[in-house]
Ligand binder design. Sequence first.
Ligand SMILES: *Cc1c(COP(=O)(O)O)cnc(C)c1O
Length: 385
Amino acid sequence: MFPYLDPLKKTRLVTPGPTQIDERTRQAMDSPAEYHRSPEFSRLVKETRDLLSTLFGSELRPILLSSSGTGAMEASLACVTSEKDAILVVSGGKFGERWSQLGQSFGCHVTELRIPYGEAPTADQMLEKIKSKNFRAIFLQACETSTGCYFNIESLIPDLRKEYTGWIVVDAVSSLCAHPMKMEKWGIDVVLSGSQKGLGVHPGLSFVALSPRVLTSFSKRHRFYFDLGREYEDQEKGAPSFTPPTSLIRGLHASLTAIHEAGIDQVLDFHARVASGVREGIKKIGLATFCKSNFSNSVTSFRVPDGLDGKCLLKDLQDRYGFVFAGGQGELRGQIIRMAHLGFFDRFDCIESLAALEFVLHDHRYPMQLGSGVGAFMQHMAKAS
Ligand SMILES: *Cc1c(COP(=O)(O)O)cnc(C)c1O
């Protein structure tokens, strides 16, 4: 039979969310029912938010919300805009497009700065747009997960701040824990993220960090559940306004503790190193990365080689080898494959993923040397820093 398959294979997730769950986090989530108004749970919420604060580089403690990342996007947009406000959206992929859809649903006048898929906005492009209109708020991603492109916000935002004083809202769902975030230092008003990406917790929790000036100037829109002002006050007093997903918060606390113990800088440095190693592996296999520069440390996307069927490669990766890679979304469907290196994993997880990719390409008679990508990655990781 061709190819030879492992009869008792495992399933391995290489998607850019949900990501793998560390054993410590998994055990913390397997918790008995508990009362969310107890002093003990209040302490857990406070500690968790303190740990998040360091990760976000925020002056104020981030708010925990019971929703996926999109819920935090919606809560943020609704809290800083009113109907008919002019807003600017950077749109370079599926998640940028989501900002536009949200803005339109909430009655804003949306101007898009459209960036070709796989590219990042420049400060000049953004400053030119900013001059054209008085925008209430700017919305962008730190990492556009659908293309694997990082928007270099550590230089972009300070450059914008020289000319722009309105709200800046950054979706850091897939960049948190893989790229630095210093919202206070860089001048960002709202940063949001979610549990199932860099933090390696089951989906269902999201976080919004606010700057002090945004906390006192929310829009007058009607809202109830996602009222960030009330939620912030209640969480400062020790408990979310409504029943929170207690087990997920236990998991988040365990993940954050592990990250802080390892050292945030060490974790960020590791993601950068692994991401460049994966790109070297991909190139050695003979594949082309989808982005030409501005690579994300969270996910690497590469083009499906001419003559091969992207859908079929993904299916074979899963059915034959148990690896769940992500494909392209929207207009990139069938054209790219995305391999995540986000959250709780080590170099050996990347070696496995590259090996699975090599096996499947070999099955499809793609001309390559088995082990070439894995070898390049190992060489990269073995280099002294
Ligand atoms: C995953 C992700 C989201 C949130 O998606 P949900 O499915 O709502 O959790 C938002 N923005 C980016 C950049 C993401 O990668």
